[in-house]
Design a protein around this ligand. Structure first.
Ligand SMILES: NC(=O)c1ccc[n+]([C@@H]2O[C@H](COP(=O)([O-])OP(=O)(O)OC[C@H]3O[C@@H](n4cnc5c(N)ncnc54)[C@H](O)[C@@H]3O)[C@@H](O)[C@H]2O)c1
Length: 382
């Protein structure tokens, strides 16, 4: 826990804003002083709903010297510019994913933060929740043995029927891979460490999407990115994970995320959320999946990554939802499309360490009910 209070300013008061306000309210030391949006009515609605002391333009927010951390909840295509302006105003920044829509943008932001001795963090932070701790504890304890491979499936989340304006979700910087792939690849890097190389193929579904949400602000959304991505990720640790990120898989019976080890298979819940069961199955003939009791209480809300950044600032804790991790994940995702376009395997260059977790004690039970430690070590167990 941090030794002092931090003052936050939130940029972007759209669909995800309420989830952040709810999540940040759990932390007594994080106080939202400002909310800004390029659409004044959205900032006004945010103030009306959450009693935020100050609202206005992004420039007005940045001019307030009391703001320690800017939380960037704008669209991916402007994440770079919004985060850069905040860093140049001397603020620490926590950005929604993706950290930038190109590797160059992500690197520029990292360099700017480093040159100013500021911290930059990025979503997703869902891997900091219950399933993230439990799965990490199991892998570190060697409950899976040597991990040979895995699979990850993003299927369509039907935003046509739910989001008021998902235009940005079909633009460069989003699509099924960059919008939801970060949850899966971040979970994988947390468990397996960095990715060494990537190969992939992409395909396009319909070039326009028809909106059916009764509360929609648009009727038709143009599609700017491939909507069906398949890839192979080879991790430095040796495992090869097959990923499918798609806005064209509607009905299906696919798992979310699985890892296959020499001792057990691990099944993970949808990593887009903090909640969900981690399940293990052994290798014997009649083995069934067994739910592993969670390492930390289930639950968790957006804003965890902001608390992670502030803990790194205040107490020197290792930052887990870091810019380094987010940049590595972005490079991996972009490499799938690059591999498809270039018909070759892409070597991943960005450095990334396995996030370091605090030691939480013997808090995870494996499939036989044996307590296993959640270690602070970044080493991969076997
Ligand atoms: N909607 C979700 O369920 C969800 C879940 C997790 C993460 N996210 C992420 O959160 C971010 C926002 O998504 P959303 O669904 O809330 O989008 P949204 O379109 O509902 O809201 C984005 C808001 O940002 C504002 N904005 C745009 N440019 C701005 C700028 N330069 N300065 C200030 N405000 C600006 C827009 O006016 C809008 O109000 C995205 O990165 C998305 O990937 C969304």
């Amino acid at each position: 826990m941090s030794s002092r209070d931090y003052t936050l300013g939130v940029m972007g008061c759209g669909t995800i804003f309420p989830a952040y306000m709810k999540g940040l309210a759990r932390f007594d030391h994080l106080n939202v002083k400002w909310a800004a949006d390029i659409v004044p009515e959205r900032a006004q609605a945010a103030q009306d709903s959450y009693g935020i002391p100050h609202i206005g333009t992004p420039a007005q927010l940045l001019a307030d010297d009391e703001i320690d951390v800017v939380v960037n909840l704008t669209w991916p295509k402007v994440h770079h510019d919004v985060s850069m302006a905040a860093l140049r105003a001397g603020k620490h920044v926590y950005s929604e994913k993706v950290i930038g829509i190109t590797l160059t943008q992500a690197r520029e932001l990292q360099a700017e933060a480093a040159s100013r001795d500021l911290l930059l963090g990025s979503a997703p932070d869902t891997f900091l929740g219950g399933w993230g701790a439990t799965s990490r504890g199991l892998v570190d304890a060697g409950a899976l043995g040597t991990i040979i491979g895995g699979t990850a499936f993003v299927t369509h989340n039907r935003v046509e029927h739910g989001h008021p304006d998902p235009t940005f979700l079909f633009e460069r910087g989003a699509g099924p891979a960059l919008d939801r792939g970060p949850y899966y690849v971040t979970a994988l890097v947390n468990l397996l460490g960095p990715v060494a190389e990537v190969s992939g193929m992409t395909a396009w579904g319909p070039r326009t999407r028809i909106m059916t949400n009764p509360a929609r602000r648009v009727d038709v959304v143009p599609v700017e990115v491939p909507t069906h991505w398949t890839g192979q990720l080879r991790f430095h640790a040796g495992a090869v994970v097959t990923v499918v990120f798609s806005s064209d898989i509607w009905a299906n019976e696919l798992p979310e995320l699985e890892l296959y080890g020499t001792k057990a298979t691990m099944s993970l819940p949808n990593p887009n959320f903090f909640d969900g069961d981690v399940r293990l199955a052994g290798l014997d003939r009649d083995a069934n999946f067994v739910t592993v009791p969670p390492a930390v209480p289930l639950g968790g809300l957006r804003g965890q990554g902001v608390a992670d950044l502030v803990a790194a600032l205040g107490g020197g804790a290792p930052q887990r939802a870091s810019a380094e991790l987010a940049t590595h994940v972005l490079e991996v995702l972009l490499a799938i499309e690059a591999s498809s376009d270039q018909h070759q395997t892409i070597t991943i260059e960005t450095p990334c360490e396995r996030p370091i977790w605090p030691a939480l004690g013997d808090v995870v039970l494996d499939m036989t009910g044996t307590p296993v430690p959640l270690r602070a070590s970044p080493e991969l167990g076997q």
